[in-house]
Design a protein around this ligand. Structure first.
Ligand code: SF4
Ligand code: SF4
Length: 438
C-alpha cells in the first residue's frame, strides 16, 4: 500500500516502523474472514483492513486520535488472528500497539472510560491490591443484576463481578522469591514467571508447573524482584508503565542469567508469553536494555514448548476426552499450535480440536470487562462450539480464557470444567487431580 508520510514524521523511529508495516498491506481483505469483530459486527471499520486504514490516516495526518478511530481500535481484541491469515506478513500487532499508545497520548477519553481503565491498570498487575479487590468483587457478586443496570459503567462493572470467583482462592505456599530443586539428579534450571493476576486467581497453575518440572529433574527459580510483565497495560496503550514493568522483570531475570544461569524462562500464561517474546522489539531503541531484552525474549518459552522436548511417561491413564482451546496469544501470537496437544496425547488424553478454533473466546486481557457486549457474544460462540464436542474437560494455556470459557459454561448452565494444560500434565505424571475435575 502506498503511504504518504512527511519526512518530519518519519524522523520518529516508531513511525518509521509503522510506515514499513503499512506498506506491506496490499488491502486484499483476506484477514476480514477470520477477524472476530468483523464476523460479529459486519462493519469494515471493525475489520483488520478497516483498522489499518484508520491507523494509516491518523498517522499520515499526524493528528490526535478521533472518537471514531478510538471506538474501532478499542473494539479490536488484539487476538492477532489477522496476522495468521495475512499472506503479506503484515505485523498488525506492532501497528495496533503503536496506535494504542498514540491514542493514549492524544485522546481524552470520557470520564467513565478513564475511571474504568485506571482501576484495571492500577489493580490487576499488583497481586496484593488485586487480592483485596477480588474480595470486594466476591462480596458484590450477588448484586450483579442490580449493578449492571446502573447507568454509569453498569455493564462493565457487571462483567467484572461475573468474572469474580465465588470463593476466595487459597494463598499458595509456593510463592516467590524461591528456588525449587528436584529430588532426583538435576537436568536443567529454569525461571518461571509467577505472574500478577494468575497466582491470585489460580495459584494451582504455578504449583502444578513446579511439581512437573521438579519431577522431571528441572530446578525452578522464582527470582527476586519479579512483577507483572507489562502486557496488561501495554494493550491499553500505557507505553511508559508497560516498559517500566518489563524492565523490572528483565533485571530480575538477568540477575539469574548472569548468576547461576538459566536454560529457559517459562511462562504459563500465553498472553504474557507473547509480550515477553516481543521484549526485543519493545526495547530495540533502548541502549541500556536492547541486548538484555533480546536475550530474555530468546530464552522465553511457553511451558508446553519446553515440555515437548522432554520425555514424558504417564503414571496413570485418565481416559479423559479433552477439548483443547488454543488461546489466541498461543496460536496467533506465538504460533504454538501442536506442542500442547502433543504433550496431552503423549500422556494418554484423547484431545479434540474445537470447531472455529481460530476465533477468539472474547477474553483478550481486559477486553471482557471493557467491551462486555462483544465479549459476551464471542464467549457464547466459543462455548457453543466446545459444547458440540461433549468433552470431559477443556484445557487451555491462558488464565483469561479459563475464566471466560468457565463463565460461558456457567451461563449455559453446563458443568464442564476448564483447566490449565499443565494441571492435566501434573495429574497424569502422578500429581494431584485438578480440583475442578472433582
Ligand atoms: S490480509 Fe494482510 S495484506 Fe490483506 S488486507 Fe489484511 S492485513 Fe492487508
Ligand atoms: S487483532 Fe483480532 S480483532 Fe483485531 S483486527 Fe486482528 S483479527 Fe480483528
Amino acid at each position: 500500500m502506498q503511504t504518504n508520510f512527511n519526512l518530519a514524521a518519519l524522523a520518529d523511529p516508531a513511525m518509521q516502523a509503522s510506515e514499513k508495516i503499512l506498506r506491506t498491506c496490499v488491502h486484499c481483505g483476506f484477514c476480514t474472514a477470520t477477524c472476530p469483530t468483523y464476523l460479529e459486527l459486519g462493519d469494515e471499520l471493525d475489520s483488520p483492513r478497516g483498522r489499518i486504514y484508520l491507523i494509516k490516516k491518523m498517522f499520515e495526518e499526524g493528528e490526535p486520535a478521533t472518537k471514531e478511530v478510538v471506538q474501532h481500535i478499542d473494539r479490536c481484541l488484539s487476538c492477532l488472528s489477522c496476522m495468521t491469515t495475512c499472506p503479506s506478513g503484515v505485523h498488525y500487532m506492532h501497528l495496533v500497539d503503536h496506535a494504542r499508545a498514540h491514542i493514549e497520548a492524544t485522546y481524552k477519553r470520557p470520564l467513565a472510560q478513564r475511571l474504568m481503565r485506571g482501576v484495571l491498570a492500577n489493580l490487576l498487575p499488583y497481586p496484593n491490591r488485586f487480592r483485596l479487590a477480588l474480595f470486594g468483587a466476591m462480596l458484590g457478586r450477588p448484586f450483579k443484576p442490580i449493578v449492571e443496570k446502573l447507568p454509569f459503567l453498569g455493564r462493565q462493572l457487571g462483567a467484572m463481578l461475573a468474572l469474580a470467583p465465588k470463593t476466595a482462592p487459597n494463598r499458595s505456599s509456593m510463592e516467590g522469591p524461591a528456588v525449587f530443586s528436584p529430588d532426583i539428579s538435576q537436568k536443567g534450571r529454569v525461571a518461571l514467571l509467577s505472574g500478577c493476576a494468575q497466582p491470585v486467581l489460580a495459584p494451582e497453575i504455578n504449583e502444578a508447573t513446579i511439581r512437573v518440572l521438579n519431577r522431571l529433574g528441572v530446578e525452578v527459580v522464582l527470582p527476586k524482584g519479579e512483577g507483572c510483565c507489562g502486557a496488561l497495560v501495554h494493550h491499553m496503550g500505557h507505553e511508559k508503565t508497560s516498559h517500566a514493568q518489563a524492565a523490572k522483570l528483565i533485571d530480575a531475570w538477568m540477575a539469574e542469567i548472569d548468576g547461576k544461569g538459566l536454560d529457559a524462562i517459562l511462562i504459563t500464561a500465553s498472553g504474557c508469553g507473547t509480550t515477553i517474546k516481543d521484549y526485543g522489539f519493545m526495547f530495540r531503541d533502548d541502549p541500556a536494555y536492547a541486548a538484555k531484552a533480546a536475550k530474555v525474549s530468546a530464552l522465553a518459552k511457553d511451558i508446553t514448548e519446553y515440555l515437548a522436548g522432554l520425555e514424558l511417561a504417564p503414571a496413570l491413564q485418565t481416559g479423559m476426552t479433552i477439548a483443547y482451546h488454543s488461546a489466541c496469544s498461543m496460536q496467533h501470537g506465538q504460533k504454538i499450535t501442536d506442542a500442547p496437544k502433543n504433550v496431552l496425547r503423549a500422556l494418554g488424553f484423547k484431545v479434540k480440536d474445537v470447531p472455529e478454533g481460530h476465533i477468539c473466546c472474547g477474553s483478550a486481557g481486559t477486553y471482557n470487562m471493557l467491551q462486555p457486549e462483544i465479549s459476551g457474544r464471542l464467549r457464547a460462540r466459543k462455548t457453543g462450539n466446545i459444547a458440540r464436542l461433549r468433552p470431559d474437560a477443556v484445557a487451555t494455556g491462558n488464565l483469561g480464557c479459563i475464566s471466560q470459557i468457565g463463565l460461558g459454561f456457567e451461563e449455559r448452565g453446563e458443568a464442564v470444567p476448564v483447566v490449565h494444560t499443565i494441571e492435566l500434565v501434573d495429574w497424569a505424571l502422578g500429581g494431584e487431580k485438578p480440583a475442578k475435575l472433582g
